[in-house]
Design a protein around this ligand. Structure first.
Ligand code: 8X3
Length: 262
């Protein structure tokens, strides 16, 4: 076994989208390592249940921030309100994100596009900006963004979702340049198809369509992505994973279709 496993355990981890499948899996793994957790989500009751669960199972300290990630004022207020013992965040996991719809661009709902940009991009840059100042000052920290293979390979109906994830990748890489000299790490984790609530959200409750995405195959799940996150976050501080693209073995790339004429 690589002897530097868990060479660095983040003391305070902030996770957005904490009550989603990815968020919960990440929270459990860092709680098991003894990290204190700041849990961000929209639903106060779900946050409180998760918090109770983590405290009970791992005896860790948690702080809950319930607000709509699209609400800038609420985000600023929530971060300002973090108790002193949770303030020096050394790992920010920008996990909140979603896909809405899979229609051709010319048929998409404009509001769906705006929501994806608001959550996947606007909220992510705001959260990052609010946290990196302290990290740079303390010369310690790590930002892990949840990108997607969709940011690397477009697919039909991916339109704005793919574009938001391409933004996340390029923003992550740009941050690396700006943060050089601060010791702050930045990682973009780029999962492919992972069996979670993702498709239920994308297809707005059409469970038959959502289930079909993961039917009759060997899926990856949120715990697999948590493994990648924990690995990246617990490496020695001199070791930065810039990007990690992950797919289940059963998935590969879209054919590049050619239009044919009669
Ligand atoms: C999720 C992966 O392939 O559904 O980010 O776009 S995919």
């Amino acid at each position: 076994m690589y002897e530097k496993r868990y060479a660095h355990i983040p003391n305070i981890v902030l996770i957005t989208g904490a009550t989603g499948d990815f968020g919960k899996a990440f929270a459990h793994r860092f709680a098991a390592l003894g990290s204190k957790l700041v849990l961000v989500g929209r639903n106060a009751e779900k946050l409180s249940d998760l918090s109770d669960d983590l405290r009970g199972q791992y005896k860790v300290k948690t702080h809950e921030c319930a607000f709509d990630i699209q609400d800038k004022a609420a985000m600023v207020a929530a971060l300002d309100g973090i108790p002193a013992e949770f303030q020096d965040i050394d790992l920010l996991i920008n996990n909140a994100g979603l896909a809405l719809g899979l229609e051709p661009a010319q048929e998409c709902d404009l509001e769906d596009w705006e929501t994806m940009i608001a959550v996947n991009n606007m909220a992510l840059v705001r959260m990052t900006r609010l946290v990196i100042g302290g990290m740079a000052e303390r010369k310690c920290g790590h930002i892990i963004n949840i990108g997607s293979t969709a940011g690397n390979y477009p697919y039909p109906g991916g339109n704005v979702y793919c574009a938001t994830k391409a933004f996340v990748k390029q923003f992550s890489l740009s941050l690396r340049g700006d943060l050089q000299g601060t010791n702050v790490r930045v990682t973009n984790i780029e999962p492919g198809a992972i069996e979670t609530q993702f498709s239920k959200v994308r297809f707005k409750g059409d469970d038959v369509r959502a289930d079909a995405v993961y039917a009759n195959t060997n899926n990856m799940n949120a715990e697999d992505i948590a493994e990648a996150i924990v690995w990246s976050a617990t490496l020695p501080p001199y070791f930065n994973v810039n990007r990690m693209e992950i797919m289940p073995t059963v998935q590969s790339f879209a054919p590049n279709p050619i239009e044919r004429f009669d």
